[in-house]
Design a protein around this ligand. Sequence first.
Ligand code: SF4
Ligand code: MG
Length: 331
Amino acid sequence: LDDVHVAFSPQGLFRRRTAPVRAVRGVSLGVGEAESVGLVGESGCGKSTLGRVAVRLLSPTSGTVSFQGQAIQALPERRMRPLRPGLQMVFQDPYSSLDPSMTVGDSVAEPLRVHERLSGAERRARGREMLHLVGLEERHLDRYPHEFSGGQRQRVALARALILNPQVVVCDEATSAVDVSTQNQILALLRELRHDRGMGFLFISHNLAAVRHVAQRVAVMYLGKVVETGPTARVFAAPAHPYTHMLLTSAPGASRRGAGGATPVGEPPSPVNPPAGCPFQTRCPMVMERCRVEMPAPTPVDGGGEVACHLQTDGPHLAGRPLPETLRAGV
Ligand code: SF4
Ligand code: MG
């Protein structure tokens, strides 16, 4: 993804012209072979929209989306079709993405019918293999989605995405609705697929513990922009952006010293009319004069990655240093 922008024009009542929602504002992000990238941020920050753009379920307003060296953002469907198997997406609510009138076996094998010439028996065999891979038993093949628990449906949706052996899988909150042990099993499976088949993952989640577990690299999104990127270990140990710090300290169980468990302070501004300057200025405990007027540029951070915050160039750096008292008090 290179400098991707997405703006929606919601149809207002009586077809009034409404201002576009600027959901994604100039994001560049890549997923390499056998790489797992975590994308975090509060709901509404644009991460799901970005995920849809990455697999071309949605075309960006501007910017480039490349897959295997090819720009796909404007490819006609006819030329996109042969590339589709390589790009898959798994959603949070698998109940809505599974056809309730189809058996799970048929659902899982359906992508094969669309994209590969295989006999019914071969499709069934592959479907069985996939269900087995995600930890479901063969007797489940002839059942319907409503007979399954949420965790089982999530596995089915995953099997359906994996059956075409994609190169990149975007998981949008794919483990957020399942219990912890199912979640751990799915995360372990993703890691295996990454190692064994070289699959790349874009793992979108507000669950920081899961991201920490599964991602090698993390990107933090706020109000349509990536505000920080870096190796997972560095970002979690020494967040460089005040927003990343807020997310980490407000996550459940984030702090053993009793300061955790709080929800993030305040609300992000509306994406219809994002403020000039730093997107985080309305909530940032460290806000300075220049943050109101000047958009901070991505700047390298010690330990890897980049941060878009004026503190990095102008003021006390956060990365790898004790946090200033003001910031500690603020979050
Ligand atoms: Fe806070 Fe300014 Fe950094 Fe934005 S640029 S995060 S407002 S210090
Ligand atoms: Mg979302």
